[in-house]
Design a binder for this molecule. Structure first.
Ligand code: SF4
Length: 236
């Protein structure tokens, strides 16, 4: 019975998003723009900001001591995201882990070191790019963020993307790719290495650094993906 309720919730979730049938196709993703989103609709003050930096500061103020979803109950710190507001490249993971929760900064643990090495191998510093997550509070026991949590939080990430307007996004792991593509239940092994688009911005899905720590033999695949990103950044 519990499962049936969960399935009903998922279908209801898709119906709210404007989908009339499953599976979802990429071209249907923009329908999500039509839904009333409790988070994004609250964010109005950034429109008057003259710089991206100020707009991000305003957005952080809007987020406040957010209690919009249940992840607020056990978090220590909100992990808003950090980096260059003018970044051409954004990295988007799924959720803060323990060390990120403690420090209030994204990707500062061991997985963060893997990401930092990738960024540097690509010829950048962390301060050149912008790093954020799909949800801004740590899920208990590092579980995957749940659909209701993602739905309540992602408006803030969407605004961050809108403000920064990067040339390319690298999504890290399955949850990030699922959320940005709007495609549920995808396998990261099937879609990594192929660009899709989030509101006209090319997104390169690749493995999460935590996966690469467990499967170092796949690091070369992520490096292949990173090279495609570098090619895209070099395009006029
Ligand atoms: S995860 Fe996002 S929506 Fe949920 S409490 Fe944290 S900031 Fe708010």
């Amino acid at each position: 019975m519990k499962k049936l309720v969960e399935i009903k919730d998922v279908l209801e979730f898709y119906r709210m998003l404007g989908f009339e049938r499953l599976p979802i196709e990429l071209k249907d993703f923009n329908k999500t723009d039509k839904i009333k989103r409790p988070v994004s609709n609250e964010i109005t003050s950034i429109k008057n900001c003259r710089s991206k930096e100020k707009a991000l500061i305003e957005l952080r103020k809007e987020l406040g001591d957010c209690k919009r979803c249940k992840l607020s109950q056990k978090r220590l710190n909100i992990v808003f995201g950090e980096g260059n507001p003018e970044a051409k490249l954004m990295f988007i993971g799924e959720a803060p882990g323990r060390e990120e929760d403690e420090q209030g900064r994204p990707f500062v643990g061991e997985a963060g070191m893997v990401l930092t090495r990738l960024i540097e191998k690509m010829g950048f510093k962390r301060t050149d790019v912008y790093i954020a997550n799909i949800v801004k509070c740590r899920p208990p026991m590092n579980r995957d963020p749940e659909p209701d949590e993602i739905e309540l939080c992602k408006g803030f990430l969407e605004k961050q993307i809108e403000i920064i307007n990067p040339k390319v996004i690298m999504s890290l792991g399955r949850i990030s790719a699922m959320t940005l593509s709007g495609i549920n239940k995808l396998k990261i092994t099937a879609i990594r290495g192929k660009f899709f688009y989030f509101k006209d911005i090319p997104v390169m899905p690749t493995f999460h650094p935590a996966y690469l720590m467990r499967n170092p033999k796949d690091k070369w695949l992520t490096w292949n993906d990173a090279q495609k990103v570098l090619d895209k950044l070099a395009e006029k």
